[in-house]
Each structure stands twice: as C-alpha cells, then as structure tokens.
Design a protein around this ligand. Sequence first.
Ligand SMILES: C[S@@+](CC[C@H](N)C(=O)[O-])C[C@H]1O[C@@H](n2cnc3c(N)ncnc32)[C@H](O)[C@@H]1O
Length: 242
Amino acid sequence: MPPPRLRTNPLLVTGVLVRPATRADADHVTELIADTPGGTPDLGLKRHRLPYFSPVFLRDNEVGNRVARHLTRGEQVLDYGAGTGLISRWLAGAIGIRPTLADLVEYGNRRRDFPFLKMEDPFHVPAPDGAFDVVLLLFVLHHNPYEAQSKVLAEAARLAARRLIVLEDTPRSRLDLVFNVFWDKVLNLRHRIPTPFTFRSVEEWPAVFMGHGLEAVHVETYRPKWPTLATYHHTLFVLEHE
Ligand SMILES: C[S@@+](CC[C@H](N)C(=O)[O-])C[C@H]1O[C@@H](n2cnc3c(N)ncnc32)[C@H](O)[C@@H]1O
C-alpha cells in the first residue's frame, strides 16, 4: 500500500527551495575535467580512458554533473547500493572524491578501483557511525518496499557525517508512471534487481526524510535525457542532519 498523500506540500511547509539546475552549473564539472588533463592523480584515472560517447557514459555524465555540485574534493563518500560503481568512478575522476562502494549484489562488471563492502543485510553497512562525509543513495530506495525505505534511510543517516544525497524516480503524472514502470523493469532485468515500483512523489519524500531528522537543503526535479529519453522525472535531494 502506498502511503497516504500529504494534504500540504512539505516543500513549502519546510521552506525548502525548489530550483532547477542551470546550464552553467551543469557545465562546471565538465570544465573541471577539461582543466585536469591527466585525471585525478591519486586515483590514476585518465581522461582519455573515459568512454565519452557510449550510452552508459551519457547517463553517468548527466547524473554525475548534478551530484558533483554537492561534493567536495577529498571527501570520503559511501555509495550505498552502488551497483557497478560507474557513477562513483565518474565522480572520483571529475572531482576527486574517495568512494567506497556497498551493495547486496556483487556485479561481475563492478569497478575494482575502490573498496567494496559486500552487504549481507539490506539495512546494515559494516562501518562505524559517521564513517563517511557523504552517503549517496542513487536510485536505490524505490527498489525496496515502502516500509523498508525508512530502514535504509536510517542506516544511511547513521553513516553520514555531513550530508546524504538521494536521487529518486519521482513520476508526476499517470503517463510519467507508465513510462517509469516500463523503464524500471527494462533497465533492471539484466541484473535481476527487484522492482516493486515503490516510487514516491517529490512532495512525499521530505516528510519521510524529516522522520529521520534529515532536512532537505536542496531539491531539484528534472527530466533526465539518458537513458530514459525525458519520459519521466527524477528528483535529487540534498539532506543534512537537522
Ligand atoms: C538501479 S541500481 C542503481 C545503482 C547505482 N546507484 C547507480 O545509480 O548506477 C540499484 C542498486 O541498489 C541496490 N540496492 C537496492 N536496495 C538495497 C539495499 N537495501 N541495500 C543495498 N543495496 C541495495 C541494488 O542491488 C542495485 O545494485
């Protein structure tokens, strides 16, 4: 059962600013890569090795550009539900974060550049409280039943010293939802990731975050081009401890 819809818009109640990304912001990380011809030296990632024109890279580039604006060079970042770790690799190469990957599944094509924490329990990452500056939950929560999303968030909040960055599918209309269900099924078939279609709207999420003492300091909703061809919305939430 989806949770009941809120009568008021919590984005307005909490005074959270909803603003779209600007083109200038989006170009910032691309400039950073251009200014660092050898890649990030400590990671040894080479600019010329990034697969610029592959469809996968187009998605990494689009997601990476939006997430990177809320990260700082040198930060220890936990990628909770990292999948193959490609977004973390993009972020490490672009801005020099230090990622640790964690997932329930060990993908054969996972990036081997970074430490990996294999999770046995979906609600526990084996690391101490506040072990990471930032925790990423990128397209993870809607792969969990509604009642489990809170447990994942509680664990992410425990681990994050500074902030959490959540990216979620947030369909805004029935047509959005039809496309979202279609793409979610198709994109996750190969890895057999569960798809319970437990999406929430952009208005519903902040109340869930507040239940964990997390305040949304930045929210942006947009239609991603890759790979879902702008057929439904994503929302990025930057969360900090209240
Ligand atoms: C759609 S993939 C996204 C992967 C990656 N974050 C990205 O954006 O490229 C979702 C991933 O989250 C993982 N996942 C879902 N729920 C999880 C949980 N409770 N604990 C750990 N991993 C989880 C799945 O195994 C899968 O690898």
